[in-house]
Design a binder for this molecule. Sequence first.
Ligand code: FAD
Length: 209
Amino acid sequence: MASHPDRRAIPSQIAEIVSRRHRAEGVDLLCGIKIAGIEELPGELRITLAGGHMIAADLLVIGIGAAPNTGLAEAAGLAIENGIAVDSYLRTSDPDIFAAGDCCSYPLSLYGGRRVRLESWRNAHEQGTLAAANMMGCQEQITAVRWFWSDQYDLTLQIAGLAEGAVTQVRRDMEAGALILFNLDPEGRLIAASGIGPGNAVCPRHPPG
Ligand SMILES: Cc1cc2nc3c(=O)[nH]c(=O)nc-3n(C[C@H](O)[C@H](O)[C@H](O)COP(=O)(O)OP(=O)(O)OC[C@H]3O[C@@H](n4cnc5c(N)ncnc54)[C@H](O)[C@@H]3O)c2cc1C
């Protein structure tokens, strides 16, 4: 339904590049449109789009988001706020219970204590380590900036920080058609950056010059 794939996670300029790349490989991307109905006929699935257009398919894969599985935490009486609510030590509302990964929301001090819930491999990995350390009495707070990457064909996408609240965007074009967008808050503070380019073009190990 959105104007580009991945719009929840990446800026529109980069989403457009990703869309173009998929189309160049022959992927038929239909954006900004709703599915009105799905019909199962003998040997065929028929998808009807809003507006009446029909698509026949052998197989349908539906990927429309993920929801945290909080049933067990709810039954245990833990506070829930877009996932299991934890503090900056990954402690739940019961100080003897910790939570980590996709299922929990936590306050990010770098972003004024804003509560976020992230769905990324690196976040789950780092939080698991931190929760275990804190269970052992380490008293370490979560300070990591959200970061993830993805490969789309030959393009590598890199996203760091949270761009909501940014008022200025600075664009830097790099070699090989790569680009980085820097997002600044009203005080000119860098709060997020996102880049895309072939291979390691966005993060060269040895930057030119
Ligand atoms: C299609 C897809 C593509 C992805 N691509 C990327 C990517 O490119 N890069 C990236 O960084 N991340 C990606 N992710 C996200 C990444 O997989 C998750 O962020 C990561 O797996 C989260 O780890 P986790 O341990 O928090 O949760 P999970 O891996 O979901 O593990 C939770 C486990 O808890 C179990 N569980 C749930 N409830 C209970 C219960 N009551 N009792 C016992 N067990 C329970 C579940 O069965 C599951 O095994 C992708 C996810 C999907 C679905």
